[in-house]
Design a protein around this ligand. Structure first.
Ligand code: SAH
Length: 344
């Protein structure tokens, strides 16, 4: 009864008290997921938006404690894709009916504004009907602005955790939650469609921290939120930590859907790695975006943010067709559009 009441309250008021959020988070379950799915279908119908992920560099100057491509990982063979290789990934994606390209990478100084502006302009020239999302970490306001002017439409910058102390335990001292938040605000002010997000089950995370994430998201009011389970990586200090809990990820997705019905909410690769049916379950709990990998097969194993990442032996076509099938299994259809925020 109480769960039903809280689901209804969240659906109507789009916010809950801290203690109420904690109850839903811990024991939301099927009633919560069904309500989120219903709300998602009211807004998007059967449509699922698709983004092609291009992991164009695994060089990184940052040393985030959880991340497999952090600068301190000396075991990793580093790579960068050339402009032509990136354009080839986009062409392949376009053939596969993908109309959003997500350029993701470590924070790599080689890709200065000039090089990125060239990449963005060339993609836009070749595919004027496509959206470009950047996911390349923290940069200055001026840099964000230049990349936006060159044609970048969206920016993904997960805040990772909205609790400043927890942020400090997950990151080296040169990184702070305040600076992450400033970047997100800058991106919004410039006019990007902005995504923040967090890992569920990262070491030291408590239910209160996740509620801090919900409250921060309420305040920032982003267009997208990327969440997935924390997954351990063997060459990090968190090698023997447990991965995030499946139900906690699903409950978080569902709560976010009820907080903001029009939100773009991906069912992530990490969720698909945690559980074989992870991507389907994500959609059944309110997610409406999938992000197949378009990176060339020979670099996929080098972009291991965490262990056992799926699809690292497949090519783009196979990755996409698998995901399309997963969506059909749950009565959804991937659509051939950019899928901008507010399209519906
Ligand atoms: N350099 C970019 C992109 C980072 S990779 C940036 O700073 O935004 C994209 C996301 O992968 C990160 O934001 C983080 O939330 C997630 N990630 C990294 N390591 C992970 C791990 N071990 N388990 C789960 N997700 C992880």
């Amino acid at each position: 009864m109480e769960i039903n009441f809280l689901v209804k309250k969240l659906r109507e008021e789009r916010i809950l008290l801290r203690e109420e959020f904690k109850i839903l988070l811990g024991s939301g379950g099927e009633e919560l997921h069904n309500a989120a799915r219903e709300v998602c279908e009211e807004v998007f119908g059967r449509d699922v938006y698709i983004r092609g992920l291009i992991e164009f560099t695994n060089y990184c100057i940052r040393n985030c404690n959880y991340c497999g491509i952090r600068s301190g990982n000396s075991k990793l063979e580093r790579y960068r894709l050339s402009l032509d290789e990136i354009l080839a990934c986009c062409a392949k994606g376009y053939e596969l009916d993908i109309r959003t390209f997500v350029l993701q990478g470590g924070e790599d100084d080689f890709y200065n504004d000039e090089r990125l502006v060239e990449i963005i302009s060339r993609i836009k020239q070749n595919h004027p009907d496509c959206a470009i999302t950047l996911s390349i970490g923290e940069r200055s306001y001026e840099s964000f602005k230049q990349l936006f002017n060159a044609g970048a439409d969206r920016y993904l910058l997960r805040h990772e955790t909205a609790n400043a102390d927890h942020y400090t335990t997950l990151h080296p001292p040169d990184l702070s939650l305040a600076s992450r938040k400033k970047c997100l605000q800058d991106l919004k002010n410039i006019g990007y469609q902005v995504g923040c997000g967090f890992m569920v089950g990262s070491p030291g995370q408590t239910p209160d921290h996740i509620v801090d994430d919900f409250l921060f998201i309420k305040e920032l009011d982003p267009h997208m939120v990327g969440i997935g389970p924390f997954m351990p990586h063997a060459d990090t200090a968190y090698a023997s930590e447990a991965p995030g809990d499946l139900n906690l990820v699903l409950n978080s997705l569902a709560i976010l859907r009820l907080m903001k019905p029009t939100l773009l909410l991906p069912s992530t690769t990490a969720l698909g790695t945690l559980s074989k049916r992870g991507r389907e379950l994500g959609v059944l709990a309110g997610a409406n975006v999938v992000m197949p990998n378009l990176s060339p097969r020979d670099v996929r194993k080098k972009y291991m943010l965490y262990d056992n990442k799926i699809s690292t032996s497949d090519d783009a076509a196979l990755t996409k067709s698998r995901i399309a099938e997963q969506m059909q299994n749950v009565g959804r259809e991937i659509v051939v559009k950019r899928g901008d925020y507010g399209d519906v």
